[in-house]
Design a protein around this ligand. Structure first.
Ligand code: ADP
Length: 452
């Protein structure tokens, strides 16, 4: 990370002339402004402003009516964007550019905006700290790469999306060698931006890739996640390619996941999930944490799978789970215990897709795990075998409609995240459902045009 002094030095040496100051919206996108570095160093680093509609728009930037936070009835005023200088860094893949992430504050009281994703995660991190824990997380990100540039999608008529590969490239070295111009630039770019990239690899579908970032505290990992997504799009765009983080971009292809690895550490910096003497090396704290996530899995699915499309990923046989149960190193379960018997013993939640907002997903997972610890919940027995075939196991909600209504009526979720947060994101989901309900898709057309 850079300090303001380091930024000043880079500006003085003509290495940096632009600073992107960005907040994170409901969809997990970076939203902000590009500053001339001279102005950022003089004033911008203290604060800037944005229209408060940014937390009320859908993917299309439609200002959705009916939110308590902001609306036409309140005149759509400003939020204060407060740069979090601990996130200041160069972006080596953009010429002369640095980035800082911002928190969204009330312009007068300077209180954090309750519905802001970064604020929502910070509150759960603080809750964990008050209980003596640091939440460590990693989010693996899968995506598809296409030879088709983004702007081709604006052309009239159906666009032929051409994946960069012609075959399932899971762990393939030769196929991913062909993709190195993009993936090497991504790894090196992230490294230069202070993001501890571990590796990239081919994934289990033609043109699918995964990028892994080393685990860190939950807020830093969420920051790394959104910057990595943006970096992947920016570098692909510069190379005449496109990438998608949609949960499911084609009916007959596997979807893209964002598995979340989680562990708690004690104030002493030691893994609180480890008990060498216990079965699988899982401490009582870990068992309760996992029990909480299982108990509340259906209530938090809205934050792991936020769109109508997200639920199309949950199908048997494609490595996305359909059952919210736990298992030891079993990729058919929603919750997989990894690193059993080692210091790295952890819970991998496999429910979330690559379209999740990491701040909301981590906050919801953490809230559920901490509830399990607070209530001393007992862990149900592990499942084993092919859980797609299990008939007696807790189901992942099948649609956004189902997940949304479970969240809306959960007293626990309301107590854990606050009514303002739950109402806001339930409203967003209901809007998404209504928009999808009235959309006529290419599937409708192909199926019905001649034969209906
Ligand atoms: P795989 O063999 O499936 O790639 P890894 O050992 O590389 O698994 O770990 C997967 C992810 O889990 C990585 O992003 C890593 O940083 C993260 N991870 C490892 N240990 C922990 C831990 N104790 N807590 C949280 N995440 C962890």
């Amino acid at each position: 990370m850079w300090t303001l002094e380091r930024l000043q030095e880079a500006f003085d040496q003509d290495a940096i002339d632009t600073v992107v100051a960005a907040a994170v919206d409901m969809q997990g996108r970076l939203m902000g402004k590009r500053f001339h570095a001279a102005h950022f160093l003089a004033h911008g680093w203290e604060e800037t402003h944005c229209c408060d509609y940014l937390l009320t728009v859908d993917m299309e930037m439609t200002p959705v009516p009916g939110y308590a936070a902001a609306g036409w009835d309140k005149g759509y005023g400003d939020y204060l964007m407060k740069p979090d200088l601990a996130t200041l860094r160069p972006l080596p893949w953009l010429a002369g550019t640095a980035l800082v992430l911002c928190d969204l504050l009330h312009p007068v009281t300077h209180a954090e905006i309750a519905q802001s994703p970064r604020a929502i995660l910070k509150r759960q991190v603080a809750r964990a700290r008050a209980m003596g824990f640091e939440a460590m997380m990693a989010s693996e990100l899968e995506f598809f790469v296409f030879d088709t540039p983004y702007d081709a999608l604006r052309d009239a008529g159906p666009v032929q999306l051409r994946p960069v590969a012609g075959y399932n490239e899971d762990y393939h070295v030769f196929q991913t060698t062909k993709e190195e111009p993009l993936m090497r630039a991504l790894r090196n770019g992230l490294h230069g931006a202070g993001i501890p990239v571990e590796n990239t690899k081919g994934e289990a579908e033609a043109g699918q890739a995964e990028v892994n970032i080393r685990y860190a505290d939950a807020l830093r990992t969420a920051d790394n996640h959104v910057i990595t997504k943006t970096a992947t799009k920016e570098i692909a765009h510069a190379q005449g390619k496109s990438v998608t983080f949609m949960a499911k971009y084609a009916t007959d292809r596997a979807g893209s996941s964002s598995h979340v690895h989680q562990s708690l550490w004690g104030a002493d910096g030691q893994p609180a999930f480890r008990d060498a003497a216990a079965p699988l090396g899982m401490s009582e704290t870990m068992r309760r944490f996992l029990a909480g996530q299982l108990a509340h899995a259906r209530e938090i699915t809205l934050f792991l799978a936020p769109y109508v499309n997200s639920y199309k990923r949950f199908c048997p046989g494609l490595f996305a789970p359909t059952k919210a149960v736990w298992s030891v190193d079993n990729r058919t379960a929603g919750f997989r215990v990894c690193g059993a018997g080692t210091g790295g013993v952890r819970v991998e939640c496999r429910i979330g897709g690559a379209d999740l907002n990491p701040y909301l997903a981590f906050a919801a997972l953490l809230a559920a795990g901490l509830a399990g610890i607070e209530q001393g919940l007992a862990l149900e027995p592990a499942h084993s075998g092919d859980l797609y075939a299990a008939t007696d196991a807790r189901e992942v909600p099948a649609t956004l409609r189902e997940a949304c209504e479970i969240a809306a009526t959960s007293d626990w979720l309301r107590a854990a995240l606050g009514d303002a947060v739950v109402d806001h994101y339930v409203h967003a989901a209901r809007w998404e459902i209504a928009e999808a309900d009235r959309a006529v898709t290419d599937w409708d057309l192909r199926r019905g045009f001649e034969r209906a």
